[in-house]
Ligand binder design. Structure first.
Ligand code: XMP
Length: 319
């Protein structure tokens, strides 16, 4: 695509101009956006870039390993993996308010990056894969007065004490454009086509208190759901699909015993930019198949529901 090739060259020039001979630290989330940002910046400035992947314990099943393989083996980009699960989990203990979760996670990401930046003798810039919809959604709600819907953890600037400037080469782009740029940069289709995953991770898919135990339950349910979607050949037809774990227990029956376990919600939407979304219309048999597998295979879940809410009025994530 000629326009993306040109865009890539322009951005590489801009990054070089902005950064000079400074050092850049880039947070990878495992998603397409931060990956594309990192690869682009690496093309521009090579080893002036240090990529940091924070394992906050809120990742999907095997996600950390997939990101390590992608960056170290496929791209040969040095990657620092920080095991920060304990730090995030202990800070999230007792936190149930969605904005409080987002704010704590955003702040803790910054703390972790700050610590990593110190380890490499200081960085002058922090790179992020912020997209255009992230920028506008955290500023105002379309058509209305200025209301914060959600504090996206990667938007809003940096605390002054950090003394780092932001490098956000994707700030003008929509998701489909980022994907085109990713292809231009040689990212495998399978990676470019990955569903978006929010920075705060599973924390905003577990309404109520987030614990390691609940994250483990959700990881299993989510992996089964996504496996079913891939097996049915539906992955690429869907913008984003994921499971949520509700802070609600219901009664069920398993074998000849009573169960009293959590409800798992399933969500799948189509969208072009995440700003609006339609519910993906699965066949009922597909959903009953997922429900059966999840209840049978995931200890701690005994009921599965499907979310039929479009955006608006619902948002894609539950928090
Ligand atoms: P909502 O839930 O606002 O989500 O309809 C729209 C899209 O944005 C993703 N999302 C985030 N991405 N940091 C991110 O990097 C965040 O804090 C965040 N919150 C939501 C969401 O997954 C969906 O694709």
């Amino acid at each position: 695509d000629w326009s993306m090739a040109a865009y890539r060259d322009t951005k590489i020039r801009e990054i070089r101009e902005q950064v000079g001979d400074g050092k850049v630290i880039c947070g990878l989330s495992g998603g397409v956006d931060s990956s594309v940002a990192a690869i682009l910046i690496h093309e521009a400035i090579g080893d002036q870039l240090t990529c940091v992947f924070v394992d906050h314990g809120l990742l999907r099943l095997n996600e950390r390993e997939q990101v390590e393989t992608m960056f170290r083996d496929h791209y040969n980009i040095p990657l620092v993996v920080v095991d920060a699960e304990e730090q995030f989990m202990s800070g999230l203990a007792g936190v149930t308010d969605p904005e409080a979760k987002r704010k704590f996670i955003g702040k803790t990401f910054i703390d972790v990056f700050d610590a990593e930046a110190k380890k490499i003798g200081g960085a002058d810039f922090l790179a992020q894969g912020t997209l255009y919809p992230d920028v506008i959604e955290s500023v105002s709600f379309t058509g209305g007065p200025s209301v914060t819907i959600k504090s996206h953890h990667n938007v809003g600037g940096l605390p002054e004490r950090m003394n780092m400037q932001l490098v956000e080469p994707l700030r003008e782009l929509f998701k489909d454009e980022v994907r085109a740029l990713g292809r231009e940069l040689g990212l495998p289709d399978q990676f470019v086509g990955r569903h978006p995953f929010p920075g705060p991770g599973l924390a905003i898919r577990i309404p109520g208190e987030v614990t390691k135990e609940r994250c483990d339950i959700l990881r299993k349910a989510d992996a089964i759901y996504l496996e079913e979607i891939r097996n049915a050949g539906l992955y690429d037809a869907i913008w984003q699909a994921f499971a949520v774990l509700l802070p609600v227990k219901t009664v069920g029956v398993m074998g000849d015993g009573r169960t009293y376990d959590s409800v798992c919600g399933l969500r799948a939407v189509t969208s072009t930019d995440g700003m609006t979304a339609d519910v993906y219309p699965f066949d009922a048999s597909f959903l009953t198949g997922c429900a059966t597998r999840i209840v049978n295979e995931v200890q701690g879940v005994n009921r599965v529901v499907y979310d039929y809410t479009s955006k608006p009025p619902g948002t894609i994530e539950w928090e």
